[in-house]
Design a protein around this ligand. Structure first.
Ligand code: GRF
Length: 199
Protein backbone atom coordinates (compact mmCIF):
# COMPACT_ATOMS: atom_id res chain seq x y z
CA UNK A 1 0.00 0.00 0.00
CA UNK A 2 1.35 3.38 -1.00
CA UNK A 3 0.19 5.24 2.12
CA UNK A 4 1.20 2.50 4.62
CA UNK A 5 3.60 3.52 7.41
CA UNK A 6 7.19 3.58 6.17
CA UNK A 7 9.58 0.89 7.38
CA UNK A 8 12.08 1.96 10.04
CA UNK A 9 15.29 0.20 11.14
CA UNK A 10 16.84 1.12 14.50
CA UNK A 11 20.60 0.56 14.92
CA UNK A 12 21.79 -0.01 18.51
CA UNK A 13 24.86 -1.09 20.46
CA UNK A 14 23.86 -1.17 24.11
CA UNK A 15 21.06 -0.72 26.60
CA UNK A 16 18.43 0.36 24.13
CA UNK A 17 16.53 2.85 26.29
CA UNK A 18 16.13 5.12 23.26
CA UNK A 19 14.86 2.11 21.30
CA UNK A 20 12.38 1.49 24.14
CA UNK A 21 11.19 5.10 23.90
CA UNK A 22 10.55 4.52 20.18
CA UNK A 23 8.69 1.25 20.78
CA UNK A 24 6.54 2.95 23.46
CA UNK A 25 5.89 5.94 21.18
CA UNK A 26 4.75 3.69 18.36
CA UNK A 27 2.38 1.91 20.74
CA UNK A 28 1.07 5.26 22.02
CA UNK A 29 0.44 6.52 18.48
CA UNK A 30 3.08 9.28 18.74
CA UNK A 31 4.90 7.51 15.91
CA UNK A 32 2.27 6.68 13.32
CA UNK A 33 3.95 7.39 9.98
CA UNK A 34 6.60 4.71 10.49
CA UNK A 35 6.76 1.16 11.81
CA UNK A 36 9.88 -0.25 13.52
CA UNK A 37 10.55 -3.21 11.25
CA UNK A 38 14.11 -4.21 12.19
CA UNK A 39 16.51 -3.67 15.09
CA UNK A 40 20.18 -4.15 14.21
CA UNK A 41 23.00 -4.43 16.74
CA UNK A 42 26.75 -4.77 16.25
CA UNK A 43 26.90 -6.45 19.68
CA UNK A 44 25.33 -9.87 20.11
CA UNK A 45 24.61 -9.43 23.83
CA UNK A 46 23.04 -5.98 23.63
CA UNK A 47 20.10 -5.51 25.99
CA UNK A 48 18.47 -3.58 23.16
CA UNK A 49 18.01 -6.86 21.26
CA UNK A 50 16.11 -8.30 24.22
CA UNK A 51 13.82 -5.26 24.19
CA UNK A 52 13.20 -5.69 20.46
CA UNK A 53 12.44 -9.39 20.81
CA UNK A 54 10.04 -8.67 23.69
CA UNK A 55 8.21 -6.28 21.36
CA UNK A 56 8.08 -8.84 18.54
CA UNK A 57 10.41 -6.86 16.25
CA UNK A 58 12.82 -8.79 13.98
CA UNK A 59 16.47 -8.43 15.03
CA UNK A 60 19.84 -8.77 13.32
CA UNK A 61 23.32 -9.04 14.79
CA UNK A 62 25.97 -7.68 12.42
CA UNK A 63 29.50 -7.49 13.89
CA UNK A 64 31.49 -4.34 13.14
CA UNK A 65 33.78 -6.08 10.61
CA UNK A 66 30.77 -7.29 8.58
CA UNK A 67 28.91 -3.94 8.41
CA UNK A 68 30.52 -2.86 5.15
CA UNK A 69 29.16 -5.67 2.99
CA UNK A 70 26.05 -6.66 5.00
CA UNK A 71 24.14 -3.43 5.52
CA UNK A 72 22.99 -2.67 1.99
CA UNK A 73 21.51 -6.10 1.17
CA UNK A 74 19.98 -6.35 4.64
CA UNK A 75 18.21 -2.98 4.34
CA UNK A 76 16.98 -4.01 0.90
CA UNK A 77 15.70 -7.36 2.22
CA UNK A 78 13.66 -5.56 4.90
CA UNK A 79 12.65 -2.72 2.52
CA UNK A 80 13.89 -0.10 5.00
CA UNK A 81 12.96 3.53 4.25
CA UNK A 82 14.42 5.24 7.34
CA UNK A 83 17.33 4.36 9.64
CA UNK A 84 17.53 5.62 13.23
CA UNK A 85 20.88 5.43 15.00
CA UNK A 86 19.93 5.15 18.69
CA UNK A 87 23.12 4.65 20.67
CA UNK A 88 24.89 2.96 17.76
CA UNK A 89 28.61 3.20 18.42
CA UNK A 90 30.08 2.31 15.00
CA UNK A 91 31.03 4.68 12.20
CA UNK A 92 29.15 3.64 9.06
CA UNK A 93 30.85 3.30 5.65
CA UNK A 94 30.58 6.48 3.54
CA UNK A 95 28.89 4.69 0.62
CA UNK A 96 26.13 3.60 2.98
CA UNK A 97 25.53 7.04 4.55
CA UNK A 98 25.34 8.46 1.00
CA UNK A 99 22.78 5.82 0.03
CA UNK A 100 20.56 6.82 2.97
CA UNK A 101 21.14 10.58 2.80
CA UNK A 102 18.05 12.35 4.14
CA UNK A 103 16.75 9.00 5.39
CA UNK A 104 19.13 8.36 8.32
CA UNK A 105 19.08 10.20 11.66
CA UNK A 106 21.10 10.03 14.89
CA UNK A 107 20.63 11.05 18.52
CA UNK A 108 23.64 12.76 20.12
CA UNK A 109 23.71 13.45 23.89
CA UNK A 110 24.83 17.10 23.71
CA UNK A 111 23.80 20.37 22.07
CA UNK A 112 25.66 20.15 18.75
CA UNK A 113 28.09 21.76 17.90
CA UNK A 114 29.22 21.45 21.55
CA UNK A 115 30.89 18.19 22.56
CA UNK A 116 30.40 16.50 19.20
CA UNK A 117 32.45 14.97 16.40
CA UNK A 118 35.26 12.38 16.53
CA UNK A 119 35.75 10.84 19.95
CA UNK A 120 32.61 12.30 21.53
CA UNK A 121 30.31 9.38 22.20
CA UNK A 122 28.51 7.79 25.16
CA UNK A 123 29.72 8.80 28.62
CA UNK A 124 32.72 10.71 27.16
CA UNK A 125 30.34 13.45 26.03
CA UNK A 126 29.14 14.04 29.60
CA UNK A 127 32.67 13.84 31.02
CA UNK A 128 33.71 16.57 28.58
CA UNK A 129 30.70 18.75 29.42
CA UNK A 130 31.46 18.54 33.16
CA UNK A 131 35.19 19.14 32.60
CA UNK A 132 34.36 22.32 30.63
CA UNK A 133 31.97 23.46 33.35
CA UNK A 134 28.96 24.19 31.14
CA UNK A 135 25.71 24.96 32.96
CA UNK A 136 23.47 23.77 30.15
CA UNK A 137 23.77 20.69 27.97
CA UNK A 138 21.14 18.57 26.23
CA UNK A 139 20.54 16.36 23.23
CA UNK A 140 20.34 16.74 19.45
CA UNK A 141 18.68 14.72 16.71
CA UNK A 142 20.31 15.29 13.33
CA UNK A 143 20.55 13.83 9.86
CA UNK A 144 23.59 11.64 9.28
CA UNK A 145 26.08 12.57 6.60
CA UNK A 146 29.73 11.69 6.04
CA UNK A 147 30.90 14.17 8.67
CA UNK A 148 30.69 12.80 12.23
CA UNK A 149 27.74 14.60 13.97
CA UNK A 150 27.81 17.10 11.09
CA UNK A 151 24.40 16.67 9.43
CA UNK A 152 21.47 19.11 9.51
CA UNK A 153 19.88 19.50 12.95
CA UNK A 154 16.28 18.30 13.32
CA UNK A 155 15.59 18.83 17.05
CA UNK A 156 17.35 19.89 20.24
CA UNK A 157 16.42 20.11 23.89
CA UNK A 158 18.41 21.74 26.70
CA UNK A 159 19.00 20.20 30.14
CA UNK A 160 20.48 21.93 33.22
CA UNK A 161 23.78 20.70 34.65
CA UNK A 162 23.74 20.41 38.47
CA UNK A 163 26.65 21.34 40.76
CA UNK A 164 26.93 17.80 42.11
CA UNK A 165 26.55 15.97 38.78
CA UNK A 166 28.75 13.03 37.87
CA UNK A 167 28.97 11.93 34.22
CA UNK A 168 26.50 9.16 35.08
CA UNK A 169 23.88 11.38 36.76
CA UNK A 170 24.14 13.88 33.93
CA UNK A 171 23.80 11.15 31.31
CA UNK A 172 20.69 9.80 33.06
CA UNK A 173 19.06 13.27 33.18
CA UNK A 174 19.89 14.05 29.53
CA UNK A 175 18.33 10.75 28.49
CA UNK A 176 15.17 11.16 30.57
CA UNK A 177 14.53 14.87 29.90
CA UNK A 178 15.86 15.21 26.37
CA UNK A 179 16.73 12.09 24.38
CA UNK A 180 13.63 9.98 25.08
CA UNK A 181 11.42 13.00 24.36
CA UNK A 182 12.89 14.44 21.17
CA UNK A 183 13.84 11.22 19.39
CA UNK A 184 10.30 9.77 18.98
CA UNK A 185 8.95 13.13 17.75
CA UNK A 186 11.81 13.52 15.30
CA UNK A 187 11.24 10.00 13.98
CA UNK A 188 7.57 10.79 13.40
CA UNK A 189 8.44 14.09 11.68
CA UNK A 190 10.98 12.54 9.31
CA UNK A 191 8.85 9.44 8.65
CA UNK A 192 5.88 11.66 7.77
CA UNK A 193 8.02 13.65 5.33
CA UNK A 194 9.37 10.50 3.65
CA UNK A 195 5.88 9.02 3.47
CA UNK A 196 4.42 12.13 1.82
CA UNK A 197 7.23 12.19 -0.72
CA UNK A 198 6.31 8.63 -1.64
CA UNK A 199 2.57 9.18 -2.12
C1 GRF B 1 22.57 7.57 24.51
O1 GRF B 1 23.02 8.54 25.42
C2 GRF B 1 22.87 8.03 23.12
O2 GRF B 1 22.60 9.36 22.88
C3 GRF B 1 24.33 7.74 23.12
O3 GRF B 1 24.45 6.46 23.71
C4 GRF B 1 23.41 6.31 24.64
C5 GRF B 1 22.64 5.06 24.28
O4 GRF B 1 21.73 4.70 25.24
N1 GRF B 1 24.98 7.96 21.90
P1 GRF B 1 20.63 3.58 24.96
O5 GRF B 1 21.33 2.38 24.32
O6 GRF B 1 19.58 4.16 24.07
O7 GRF B 1 20.09 3.21 26.31
Amino acid sequence: MKDAPIRVAVFVSGGGTNLQALIDAERAGIIKSGRISLVLSNRAGAQALVRAQAAGIPTAHVPRRALDHTLEPLMRAYAIDLIVLAGFLCILPAHFTRLYEGRMINIHPALIPAFSGEGYYGIKVHEAALARGVKITGATVHYVNEECDGGKIIAQRAVAVHEDDTPETLQARVMRLAEWRILPRAVEQVAREIRYERI
